[in-house]
Design a protein around this ligand. Sequence first.
Ligand SMILES: Cc1cc2nc3c(=O)[nH]c(=O)nc-3n(C[C@H](O)[C@H](O)[C@H](O)COP(=O)(O)OP(=O)(O)OC[C@H]3O[C@@H](n4cnc5c(N)ncnc54)[C@H](O)[C@@H]3O)c2cc1C
Length: 224
Amino acid sequence: MFDLAPTAVANILGDRLPPRVARAYRRFRYGPGAFKVDFAVADGVPWTAEPARRAGTVHVGGTFAEVAATERDIHAGRMPQRPFVLVGQQYLADPQRSVGNVHPVWTYAHVPNGYTGDATQAIIAQIERFAPGFRERIVGITERTTPGFAEYNPNYVGGNILTGAKNIPQLVFGPRTTLTPYDVGLPGHFLCSAATPPGPGAHGMCGANAADRALRYLRSARRF
Ligand SMILES: Cc1cc2nc3c(=O)[nH]c(=O)nc-3n(C[C@H](O)[C@H](O)[C@H](O)COP(=O)(O)OP(=O)(O)OC[C@H]3O[C@@H](n4cnc5c(N)ncnc54)[C@H](O)[C@@H]3O)c2cc1C
């Protein structure tokens, strides 16, 4: 069971992989990266919108037009001035994460794949737009860059935490156009990562479907 990016499977299996599968795996496309900044914030984020102060997750993007322009930029490989930022305020559900009035606030911005710059100030400025005074409340910062993500988990090629561009063909079929995307083309070998359908948003289903294929294989081979 390969819980891996298709390119890694192609590298590991090398010549053992049927050439058509190897070609598809090597052509697999990766999507935008993530740049993560975690903050320690005194008294939490001073969101202007009152409901956002009680929300576990806040998506900071501005208007629909701004979000669309930002996403267009990152898909074209340009770092936007005002990136889409996802903010996690998990301490609201789990107060033990805080120390006194200092709360952990997770954020990450969508950035171009392989982005090598520092998105920290752009993230702070984007939050500050909707929570004036945020900057003054920051008492600690840790960052994970796009190369840092790829180092932490090689599945995150170029910082792409969703393991692949989620365009329609890759979302529907995974790395190659087939009705059995979990089969890598070698008996008893299966791909079970978020690169396979239904993708990362439906947690666990890639693995469940791959496990189903593996069990069928074992039963048909009377190994189980
Ligand atoms: C900060 C963050 C926020 C996220 N938020 C969301 C969200 O809100 N919604 C959502 O749907 N998804 C989200 N994701 C993505 C989600 O976590 C992933 O899509 C999911 O974990 C992928 O699962 P997986 O089984 O494909 O592989 P992974 O969870 O990536 O597991 C693969 C494992 O294999 C290891 N590995 C890699 N290469 C090798 C190798 N060559 N040899 C041995 N081991 C190797 C890795 O270190 C890792 O432990 C987020 C990810 C991050 C980082």
